[in-house]
Ligand binder design. Structure first.
Ligand code: SAH
Length: 246
């Protein structure tokens, strides 16, 4: 019987993929690969597997969500096992939940294989733990992508005093920093932005909330990047200096 998997490929470093993910990938007849997946992980796919890129990078138009689900259904109905490979964890901002729902509506049960999410892996690469008893009692994963009505309630988030981990926030970094300051977060709150974490081209900037946007702009950091905001960002290998790049 054909099987369907939603697999997290982790943040980039191939060694951060789980054993379960590599095993399932090796069983698939068809692999649908998302943006942000390090192509090196395809070494675990079968040599004769059909590899389909559905991401929007590399100049190709992205396949719509419905198009991806329809392709999965067509392969499954033809008796082929399908692995849907996503960056990080498939259930953290990866629209994995939506794909699971769409497949369930078509009567298909998909197996979920977790991956290490960039929001935890990226800070760890520079020694930043997302929680620490002296700094934060918890952590909030939030998307910076939204605008208008889907804008997070920054006031409420600041009030939690927890570490904020922002995904997809680079394009709107300056607006986000302004919103956090307006919500009462101190300008000297430690921050870090980590681009292309766990990959050879990784870079990062450490700053304060006041200097974050200018520091990131000066260093030319872009997507994909994780932004960490909160006391934990003082920890790790390099001390804070407004806009210090490594
Ligand atoms: N499912 C993924 C997140 C997908 S949303 C996960 O669990 O990691 C895409 C966002 O993830 C990017 O905009 C960026 O904020 C973050 N991201 C993914 N890979 C990254 C990496 N290697 N380094 C830094 N940020 C990354």
């Amino acid at each position: 019987m054909s099987r369907a998997w939603l697999i997290g490929a982790g943040p980039g470093d191939v060694e951060l993929m789980t054993l379960k993910a590599t095993r399932a990938l090796g069983e698939a007849d068809v692999v649908l690969v998302d943006d942000l997946v390090n192509p090196d992980v395809l070494q675990f796919a079968r040599k004769d597997a059909q590899i389909v890129y559905v991401g929007k990078r590399g100049g190709q138009p992205s396949t719509s969500q419905a198009g991806i689900v329809n392709a999965m259904l067509a392969h499954l109905r033809a008796g082929r096992s399908v692995a849907r490979l996503k960056g990080g964890d498939p259930f953290v901002f990866g629209r994995g939940g939506e794909e699971q729902q769409a497949l369930a509506a078509a009567g298909i049960r998909v197996e979920i294989i977790n991956g290490i999410t960039a929001g935890i892996a990226a800070p760890a690469t520079i020694g930043i733990p997302v929680t620490h008893r002296d700094h934060a009692q918890g952590v909030v994963f939030v998307t910076g992508h939204g605008a208008g009505s889907s804008e997070p309630d920054w006031h409420a988030l600041v009030a939690t005093r927890m570490t904020l981990i922002i995904y997809m926030g680079m394009r709107r970094l300056s607006e986000i920093a302004t919103a956090l300051l307006a919500a009462g977060m101190p300008g000297d709150t430690p921050c870090a932005a980590i681009e292309s974490a766990t990959r050879p081209e990784q870079r990062h900037v450490r700053a304060t909330l006041d200097t974050l946007a200018s520091g990131v702009a000066a260093a030319g950091l872009g997507s994909p990047a994780i932004v960490v905001i909160g006391g934990v960002a003082t920890l790790g290998e390099t001390p804070i200096a407004g806009g210090d790049t490594v």
